[in-house]
Design a protein around this ligand. Structure first.
Ligand SMILES: Cc1ncc(COP(=O)(O)O)c(C=O)c1O
Length: 397
């Protein structure tokens, strides 16, 4: 009997290993508190330009302390799924905190952002409904739509004319839902919330926004996309986000009306059939929301440093798409160009990752470069210099 062949992933691992361009699953063994510096196994100290921790809150003393206290009080796990014996007072507190942060009646917490998306979308829609997604929506949104069985259609990225066509084509007798990302994770551009909301109102559609990359990033106090556009909480019906990016923990949430959240707590399969967030992670998320409230200067620092980073990259001649928030996509084109530029950076002490298809469209391979509130201007200058030198050598700019 012959063994079944192991299916290959989308990346040609041996090819990149052979070329010395394989920087996969590097192990970050230390985050130097309050800085953008990290230690990486086998490479020593590096400057981080690839983090999701946009506000630089990993190792924040109040957040670490809250997690330690939660372990001292509750231990490391829960008695199971939320629905049965797994709910702690911390889960209620976390849900109240996120509802207050997003200005909604209620919220529900899941074990991850991925779980929040697939569970919520599949609970709220069925096969008679239509769900309309931006072409660049995150994979967890796509998976949730597929799982729901609803008719799924997509519109060209941030193209409101195309969204309107899609809305007009959808069955008006059944539910229509539009789902977008607040900030697009690989492009760094922002959904046109005022325009999308107006179209949803015109066609009676519900609007869900994934704020994985906009929470802590957009708005003067970091509460997200509504604040960025000067709109109230009612601008988004279903507010989804994660506790794993600006908030240095793990978990996901949905915030909205009390009626919807009650329905999700009785129907969302990822809530009912999967483990509760562990105590340390729930406590860390609660503390991080408080830190964002108490230290709004971090949000301002992130926004100013990102604008500086972006301007410097643009002046050096990089193609940055329509990026406006936290993420600078340094588009290189061919996969190998992106991986070569990444290795040039890595060899010069800059931690940044190449993003290849299928995560981004073929021919648009890129570095996903980010800055955080904790970078210094000198560090940003240095990062830009290393990137510029590598990109010139490779003919990217
Ligand atoms: C836009 C977006 N939504 C959802 C997720 C999933 O969140 P989590 O990592 O908490 O599962 C991610 C994760 O990268 C994301 O970028």
């Amino acid at each position: 009997m012959t063994m079944a062949t192991v299916p290959r992933g989308p990346w040609d691992v041996e090819h990149y290993q052979g070329l010395g361009l394989y920087f996969y699953l590097p192990e970050v063994s230390e985050v130097v508190p309050g800085t953008a510096r990290v230690r990486v196994e086998g490479r020593g100290e590096m400057l981080m330009f690839g983090s999701y921790s946009y506000l630089g809150l990993i190792r924040h003393p109040a957040i670490d302390r809250a997690a330690q206290e939660a372990i001292a009080k509750y231990g490391t796990g829960t008695n199971g799924v939320r629905l049965l014996a797994g709910t702690l007072p911390l889960h209620r507190e976390l849900e109240e905190s996120i509802a207050a942060f997003k200005g909604t009646e209620a919220a529900i917490a899941f074990a991850s952002g991925y779980m929040a998306n697939i569970s919520t979308i599949s609970a709220l829609l069925d096969r008679h409904d239509t769900v309309i997604c931006d072409k660049l929506d995150h994979a967890s949104i796509v998976d949730g739509c597929l799982l729901s069985g609803a008719k799924m259609v997509r519109f060209r990225h941030n193209d409101l004319g195309h969204l309107e066509e899609r809305l007009a084509q959808a069955n008006p007798e059944r539910q229509r839902m539009v789902i977008v990302d607040g900030v697009y994770s690989m492009d760094g551009d922002i959904a046109d919330l005022p325009g999308i909301r107006a179209l949803c109102d015109r066609y009676g559609a519900r609007l869900m926004v994934d704020e994985a990359h906009s929470l802590g990033v957009l708005g003067a106090t970091g509460t997200g996309i509504e604040e960025h556009f000067g709109m109230g909480p009612e601008a988004v019906d279903i507010k989804m986000g994660t506790f794993s990016k600006s908030i240095p923990s793990v978990g996901g949430f949905v915030a909205g009306s009390a009626e919807m959240i009650t329905a999700l707590k009785h129907k969302a399969r990822g809530f009912i059939y999967s483990a509760a967030i562990p105590p340390a992670s729930a406590a860390a998320s609660i503390a991080a929301l408080q830190v964002i409230r108490d230290e709004p200067e971090r949000v301002r620092a992130l926004q100013e440093k990102f604008a500086y980073f972006r301007d410097r990259l643009a002046a050096a001649g990089f193609e940055l798409l329509a990026s406006r928030a936290a993420i600078a996509p340094i588009v290189c084109g061919a996969d190998e160009l992106a991986t070569r530029l990444m290795m040039h950076c890595v060899e010069n002490g800059i931690f940044v990752q190449a993003i290849l298809p299928p995560v981004v469209p073929v021919g648009s391979s890129r570095l996903r470069a980010t800055v955080t509130a904790t970078h210094t201007i000198e560090e940003i200058d240095h990062g830009v210099e290393v990137l510029t030198e590598g990109a010139r050598k490779l003919g990217i700019i």
